[in-house]
Write a protein that binds this ligand. Structure first.
Ligand code: SPV
Ligand code: MN
Length: 623
C-alpha cells in the first residue's frame, strides 16, 4: 500500500481511512489503488465539504453541466451507453461451480484477468473517489455497508442523492462483517463520456461480494449500490429463509378509513411501477428496490435506496404531478440524456411543446434530425432519467428511514398485457401469489428496442438481476411464506388492456388508484370478491363506489364486464407459454408445477362450461 502510506500526498486524507477497523475494507482499497494508479484519492466522509467538492469536480470535469434553476444539473452519456449492458454483465464463476445455463457467466479467473487489464492504470490522470454508504436504513436489520470506488464525480454525486451516507456505518463496522464494494472506471473518455464501449464490462464477483464496471458511465451499469448490489443481495436472499431482495416499490395506501396499508410492487420497465408508487394522495417509501424481512413474524419492507433514478419520459403535470413538481422546482436534481435548451431541461411527454433545437445525448439536436439509419433522433432518449432524493418529494412517507421498515401487507405484480389479464385480481394464497409473480409478462412497446408487441416473460420483474437459478429464487419466496406468521396478500394488475376492435386502452391513467384501493380494502377485509379460475376479482358495486369516491367517475357495468370478463382462451395460451418457459429453467419445484396444473385445470373446466368467449364475471358469482 505504498501510495497510501508513503506520505507522497497521493491520498489526501488517509487519516480518515484509519478510522475504519476492518482489514477487508483496507485491503480492497489498497488493491484498487495499486491497480488503477489514480493521480489522487479522495475519501468521502460524511463531512459536507467532501460532497461539495465532488459536486464541484463533476462540473469542472464536464461530467455535469449546471442548468438555470438552482441545483439542477444535466449529465450526458455516450449515445450508445444509454442503458444497462446485459450482454456484457456477467457472473464470475469459480472453477467447479455453476449457476445454470440461463445466467450470463464466465470463468472467474479469466474474468478477473480481463477486468484487471481494463482497470490497470485507468485512473492515472484522474482522481479516485471512495464513498461509503449504507444500503437500507442505517442501524437496522436491513443495513448492508457498501462502498464505491469510482473515477466519475457524476457517479459519486448520484450515489449521494440515491443512498444513505454510511461513514458512521463503516467507522463502527466489526472486523468480520460482510460489506459490498464496487470498483468503477469510466475508462478512456472523449468529450466527457466513456469512449471505449466495445470494452464495456460489468463483472459480478459473488464470492467476494464485489462488482467491477468499466468503460461505461450509464448509471445502471456504474452506480454500484443500485442494480450491482441488488444482484449480490438476491444471491444472499437465496441462502436466507427470512429475507427477500426484490425489484419492488414500497408505498403507503391511505384509504378514507383513517388507516395506512403498505404495499410492495414489482413491474417490468414501462409497466407503471413509478406512477403506481406515486399515486396522488398516497405516500412513497421507494420506487425500485426493497428488501423484505421477517421481523417477529411480520413481513417488513425497507427501501434500500433513499433517492429515485426514474424514467423521465411522460412525466407530466397531469400524469405524474408529484414528480413533475419536484423536477420543476429548485433543489438538487440530475437530469440525464434529456434535451437542453436555454439552460432548461425538456423531455418527450412532458405535457408541453418542446423546442425545435437544443443539446441532447447525441450532441446538437434539431427537430427532424435522423441517424445514420434514417431514424428520427428523439429530443430526449427514451431512457432519459432524473435523479432526486425521495425526501424532496411532497409525498415522501414518514417511515422512509425507519429501522424496522414498514409492515408490508400487500404485494402487486404488474405486467403489460393488451388482451389477457384483468385489471386486478387477488391470488388465493401465497403460493398462488408466487405463481402470479413468476408468470409476469410484458409486451414490448415501440419505445423499447426490437419488435413491438412481443411478450417478454419476466418473473417478479427480476429476470435481468437474477444471480441464482430461477427455481432457487422462487424457492426463497416459498420459504419466506412459510417463515412469516402472515404472508402479504398478493395481487396481479394490468393497466394496459385494450379494446380488441378499436385498439383503444380500456382504462384511464388514474384507474390504477381504484385497483390499488380495492386491494387495500381486500387486505383489510372490506370487500368480498368473486372467485374465478385466475383468482379473486372485484364485485362491480365495490368498484363503482371506489371510482365515484376516488376519481369522481361513473364506472359503468359495460366497462366492468368488458374489463373483468375472464378471457379463458387467452389465459390458456398464456399457461402454455409459461409451461414452455419454465421447462427451459432449472430446479423449478413441484409447488410451482402444482399451481400451474391447478390453474390450467380450472381454466379448462371453465372453457368446457362456457366456451371460448370471454366469460362475464357474474357467471362465477355462485360457483
Ligand atoms: C431499471 O431498469 O430497472 C432501473 C434503471 O431501475 S437501472 O438503474 O438502469 O437499472
Ligand atoms: Mn429498476
Amino acid at each position: 500500500m505504498n501510495k497510501m502510506i508513503d506520505g507522497s500526498g497521493v491520498i489526501n486524507d488517509q487519516s480518515d481511512l484509519q478510522k475504519i477497523d476492518h482489514p477487508g475494507v483496507h485491503s480492497a482499497i489498497e488493491w484498487a489503488v495499486e491497480l488503477c494508479e489514480p493521480a489522487s484519492v479522495k475519501i468521502m466522509t460524511d463531512n459536507q465539504e467532501d460532497w461539495d467538492y465532488v459536486r464541484q469536480q463533476a462540473l469542472k470535469r464536464g461530467e455535469e453541466i449546471s442548468l438555470n434553476m438552482e441545483g439542477h444539473r444535466v449529465h450526458f452519456d455516450h449515445p450508445e451507453d444509454q442503458a444497462r449492458d446485459k450482454e456484457n454483465t456477467k457472473y464470475l464463476l469459480p472453477e467447479g461451480t455453476r449457476l445454470g445455463d440461463n445466467l450470463n457467466t464466465m470463468n472467474r479467473k479469466q474474468g478477473l484477468k480481463e477486468i484487471e487489464q481494463y482497470l490497470e492504470g485507468s485512473m492515472r490522470d484522474r482522481e479516485m473517489y471512495i464513498g461509503f454508504f449504507c444500503l437500507g436504513p442505517t442501524d437496522s436489520v436491513f443495513a448492508i455497508p457498501a462502498f464505491q470506488i469510482t473515477d466519475s464525480a457524476y457517479v459519486m454525486h448520484s450515489e449521494d442523492i440515491l443512498y444513505r451516507r454510511g461513514w458512521d456505518t463503516f467507522t463502527s463496522i466489526d472486523a468480520d462483517e460482510t460489506f459490498y464494494h464496487f470498483i468503477h472506471s469510466c475508462g478512456e473518455m472523449e468529450g466527457n463520456v466513456s469512449a471505449e464501449l466495445d470494452n464495456r464490462r460489468v463483472y459480478i464477483d459473488l464470492p467476494k461480494t464485489r462488482v467491477f464496471s468499466v468503460n461505461t458511465q450509464y448509471a445502471g451499469n456504474t452506480i454500484g449500490l443500485k442494480k450491482l448490489a441488488f444482484r449480490l443481495a438476491i444471491e444472499r436472499s437465496s441462502r436466507c429463509e427470512y429475507c427477500l431482495a426484490e425489484h419492488m416499490f414500497l408505498m403507503g395506501l391511505n384509504s378514507d378509513k383513517d388507516r395506512k396499508t403498505y404495499f410492495a410492487g414489482a413491474f417490468p420497465s414501462g409497466c407503471g411501477k413509478t406512477s403506481t408508487a406515486m399515486l396522488p394522495g398516497q405516500t412513497v417509501v421507494g420506487d425500485d428496490i426493497a428488501y423484505l424481512y421477517d421481523i417477529d413474524g411480520e413481513t417488513r419492507g425497507a427501501n434500500v435506496e433513499s433517492g429515485i433514478f426514474g424514467i423521465i419520459r411522460d412525466v407530466s403535470p397531469d400524469d405524474d404531478p408529484e414528480i413533475y413538481d419536484t423536477l420543476t422546482s429548485p433543489g438538487e436534481r440530475i437530469f440525464t440524456n434529456v434535451l437542453i435548451h436555454d439552460g432548461k431541461p425538456y423531455w418527450s411527454g412532458m405535457g408541453k411543446e418542446l423546442p425545435d433545437e437544443g443539446r441532447n445525448y447525441q450532441g446538437n439536436w434539431q427537430k427532424g434530425m435522423t441517424d445514420e439509419n434514417g431514424n428520427q433522433i428523439p429530443p430526449s432518449n427514451p431512457n432519459a432519467r432524473y435523479t432526486v432524493r425521495i425526501e424532496d418529494l411532497d409525498n415522501v412517507d414518514e417511515h422512509l428511514h425507519d429501522p424496522k421498515g414498514v409492515p408490508v401487507e400487500g404485494i402487486v405484480y404488474g405486467g403489460r398485457d393488451s388482451d389477457t389479464s384483468v385489471p386486478i385480481a387477488q391470488a388465493y394464497d401465497w403460493e398462488h401469489g408466487v405463481f402470479i409473480g413468476a408468470t409476469i409478462e410484458s409486451e414490448t412497446t415501440s419505445a423499447t428496442l426490437g419488435e413491438a408487441g412481443v411478450r417478454e416473460h419476466n418473473p417478479m420483474a427480476n429476470l435481468d438481476f437474477l444471480s441464482v437459478r430461477l427455481g432457487d429464487y422462487l424457492d426463497s419466496h416459498y420459504q419466506f411464506g412459510e417463515q412469516v406468521d402472515k404472508e402479504p396478500e398478493v395481487f396481479s394488475v394490468n393497466y394496459f388492456l385494450r379494446d380488441q376492435d378499436t385498439g383503444e386502452f380500456l382504462n384511464g391513467m388514474l384507474d390504477k388508484l381504484v385497483w390499488m384501493m380495492w386491494a387495500e380494502g381486500r387486505v383489510n377485509d372490506d370487500y368480498s370478491a368473486i372467485q374465478t379460475p385466475i383468482g379473486y376479482i372485484p364485485i362491480y358495486t365495490d368498484l363503482q363506489d371506489l371510482f365515484e369516491y376516488h376519481l369522481g367517475k361513473e364506472y359503468s357495468r359495460e366497462d366492468y364486464d368488458q374489463q373483468f370478463s375472464i378471457r379463458v382462451k387467452k389465459y390458456l395460451e398464456k399457461m402454455e407459454r409459461m409451461r414452455e418457459a419454465f421447462e427451459r429453467e432449472e430446479a423449478i419445484s413441484d409447488t410451482f408445477y402444482d399451481t400451474l396444473n391447478n390453474h390450467e385445470e380450472a381454466l379448462k373446466t371453465a372453457r368446457q362450461d362456457y366456451g371460448d368467449m370471454p366469460i362475464p364475471p357474474e357467471e362465477f358469482l355462485n360457483t
